[in-house]
Design a binder for this molecule. Structure first.
Ligand code: F6R
Length: 264
C-alpha cells in the first residue's frame, strides 16, 4: 500500500484528479472504476474542469461504478446512476453507452450481477478503481463480513450504512436496504486501486484498513493484498495511525527517488 498523507481534503481531491488525468493521458481508452458518495465529489469537479479545459478527454474511456441501490430506477434522484449523471457524466465528453452502473431495477438482479462481471471482463478489466471508505471499513457496499474474494452480488446494507446515507433521502422517503455491489475480489482485480478518505470520522476505519489485520471485519483491509493500492488521506483521516511518521518518511523517499530517476 502506498500511503499519501496530505494537509486537506482539497489536496486529496487534487492528488486523485492528477492520477486520473495521468491514467487517461497514458491510456486514453482506460477502463475506470468509479464511486459515489461525498468523498469523490471534489475530485469529479476537478476532472470536469480539466475536461472542459481540454486537459483530459474521456471520449475513449469506459467506466464501471462500484454499486447501486437495489430497487431504485436509474432516474430516481437517489440512485447512484442519477448521482453519476449529475456529478460527472453530463459534464464530460464520455460516450453515454460507455458508462456502466449496476442495474438497480433489474427484474433478475442475480443475472444482472453476473452480467456486470462479464461486462467488466469484456472491457478488458478495470485499469484504475476509485474507492471511498465507509466508517465501518466498507468498500463499495461490501459491508463487514463480506467475503474477501467476493464478486458482484446483492448485499444487505448494515444499519450503520443505512443511517450514514439517510442524509441523502427526504424524511419518510423509501430508502433501500439492499444493493448490488462489485465484490472485494472484483475490486482486487483492478490493475490499480485509489482509495480516498477524508475527515476525522474516517480515522478509525483508516487505522483498521492500514494497521489492522487482514479481515472481513474490515473489508478495506483487503487492499493490503493489492499490488498497486494507493491510499490518499487528509490529516484528519490519518490522525489515528500509529506509524504515521514512517508513512510520511516512505513517501518522502519515494518522491526523492522518482525525482532522481526523472533527472537521469
Ligand atoms: C460509494 C461507495 C461507498 C462510499 C463510502 C464512503 O459508491 O461505494 O463505499 O465510498 O460509503 O462514502 P462517503 O464518501 O460519502 O463518505
Amino acid at each position: 500500500m502506498q500511503i499519501v498523507i496530505l494537509p486537506t481534503a482539497d489536496d486529496v481531491a487534487a492528488y486523485g484528479a492528477q492520477l486520473f488525468i495521468r491514467q487517461l493521458t497514458d491510456k486514453p481508452q482506460s477502463v475506470l472504476g468509479l464511486a459515489t458518495g461525498s468523498t469523490p465529489l471534489a475530485l469529479y469537479r476537478l476532472l470536469i474542469r480539466a475536461c472542459q479545459q481540454q486537459e483530459v478527454s474521456f471520449a475513449n474511456a469506459k467506466t464501471f461504478n462500484l454499486d447501486e441501490y437495489l430497487g431504485l430506477p436509474a432516474d430516481h434522484p437517489q440512485s447512484y446512476r442519477y448521482f453519476m449523471q449529475q456529478h460527472l457524466f453530463n459534464a464530460i465528453d464520455i460516450v453515454p453507452a460507455n458508462t456502466a452502473v449496476p442495474d438497480g431495477s433489474a427484474t433478475d438482479p442475480v443475472a444482472a450481477c453476473q452480467r456486470y462481471e462479464q461486462q467488466i471482463a469484456d472491457a478488458g478489466g478495470i485499469d484504475l478503481q476509485l474507492l471511498g471508505l465507509g466508517r465501518n471499513g466498507h468498500i463499495g457496499f461490501n459491508e463487514p463480513s463480506s467475503g474477501l474474494r467476493s464478486r458482484t452480488r446483492i448485499k444487505t446494507l448494515t444499519p450503520a450504512t443505512i443511517a450514514d446515507n439517510a442524509r441523502f433521502f427526504a424524511p419518510g422517503e423509501y430508502q433501500p436496504h439492499l444493493s448490488i455491489t462489485m465484490g472485494i475480489g472484483t475490486i482486487l482485480d483492478a490493475r490499480k486501486v485509489l482509495l480516498l478518505a477524508t475527515g476525522a470520522n474516517k480515522a478509525a476505519a483508516v487505522k483498521a484498513m492500514i494497521e489492522g489485520p487482514l479481515t472481513a471485519a474490515c473489508p478495506a483491509s483487503a487492499l493490503q493484498l493489492h499490488e498497486q493500492a494507493i491510499v490518499v488521506l487528509d490529516e484528519a483521516a490519518a490522525a489515528d495511525l500509529s506509524d504515521i511518521e514512517f508513512y510520511r518518511h516512505i513517501e518522502r523517499e519515494n518522491q526523492a527517488l522518482l525525482k532522481r530517476l526523472a533527472s537521469q
